[in-house]
Design a protein around this ligand. Sequence first.
Ligand SMILES: *[C@@H]1O[C@H](CO)[C@@H](O)[C@H](O)[C@H]1NC(C)=O
Ligand SMILES: *[C@@H]1O[C@H](CO)[C@@H](O)[C@H](O)[C@H]1NC(C)=O
Length: 468
Amino acid sequence: MLITMPSQRQVLSIITIALIALLTVTTLQHFTGNRGLDDIVLGPLHDSLPQVQKQRPIYKKPPTYAPPPIKDNFPLLQTTTKLPPIPPWNVPKRNLHRSYDLPLAPPLLIGFTRAWPLLLQAVTSYITAGWPASQIYVIENTGVQQANARNQLTLQNPFYLNHTQLKTLGVNIIQTPALLSFAQLQNFYHSLTYQHNWPYFFWSHMDVLAFSLENGGDGLPRYNEDGYKTIYELSLAALKEARETDPRWGIRFFAYDHLALVNPEAYEDVGGWDTMIPYYNTDCDMHTRLTMRGWSLKDARAGLITDVGSSLADLRVLYRVEEVKPDFCDVNPPPPEKGGKTRFAGAETMNASSSTHQSPKRDADEKPDPEIAKFRALEETAHAMVRYKNSGTRERYVWQMGQRGGQGEPFYYNAQGLQDAIEVMIETGRRIYRMKWGHKDCDLIDGAKLKLGDQWMVEKDYFAPLGD
Ligand SMILES: *[C@@H]1O[C@H](CO)[C@@H](O)[C@H](O)[C@H]1NC(C)=O
Ligand SMILES: *[C@@H]1O[C@H](CO)[C@@H](O)[C@H](O)[C@H]1NC(C)=O
């Protein structure tokens, strides 16, 4: 015989090795909380194992770099309740919605959890672009109860929001009863439609800069030409069109989803957002379910809306105040580069001189229009801010870490801890999504060939060595 039978002793050692291997894998899964295989192979296991030390607790090493304190980007609001006038061509006409056969002036909801300078910038940009302030609702989703309303937090606290200043701007504030995840916040928006009898609503992210198309382009009239329409008016037109031409209109997206228009009837029909998928992928889940039920999701155009991670240095620039130039500053600058020099210090401002964006231009011999020049400078700065946010040197969402203060204030929560915890919930949400659909990606209909009734009913269609 070519193959020799193993001896009893050899059999025993094989069984022992197998048992040890199984025990090791089980232990690994226990200590890593069943993370991906990469984490197990690459992650230093001893980090998760209890260390034998005499003195407890053992504190984490403090960060090697702390960004400078963030700066107020609208100091005028501290000293006055009288704001500069918004550009006259963007002043919304009274009851403009009636010209679009709309039963209600549509509300615009902007959710806020942290990074006040960015919220203030987004709100101010919508107002100066022509969205009526009285129709803007800032949804304070900070979890700090009445602390902001009572002026108890300071600017360096991530959850800081100034009610007085928002009231000066003329916008409304609605507070969530507790800190909600993204999906819960969306369902909270939906709940407001029952409370206020809203047949539709717009919502926008808080890290955007919105402009009306004051410089025309694509054959649209400029700010001083006949037929010019602000971002607000074009949004009303998109809403009118959806209502009149599409009985199954679900959502209209403007500039990806920086601004979105929602039909609450469609949300109700699919049972709202899945709060078990708290952050990323919850949009795939929701939007696909709407599509599966035959609600339309379409893109529309209303203005220029960019997502940014920095703030204009002085928001008066949005009112075109003469002496203010459009600079921007990073709310959370990166550590100095090796060699000592800080690339962008918190106090330092940046400008758009290196911009490659081409704003529509007309004849070369056309006489220069100072308002167009100002608008172009703003637009270029906005594009420079987007490039800065996307420049590979920085993580996309680090601006959320600019404020690290607030120790000792009511409802204080460690800024880094909040970030880390949200990242874990994001990851868990992704896992729940793939458990729910048996599929990892967003292409549930075309890719995975799934129907609405398939939720939680199908086996996974991907390789998962550790069983999730
Ligand atoms: C909020 O802004 C007002 C001025 O608009 C200021 O007086 C007040 O101190 C600010 N509150 C906080 C807590 O910074
Ligand atoms: C700002 O613009 C000036 C020229 O106008 C340029 O010299 C300077 O480097 C720019 N700053 C930044 C940070 O881009």
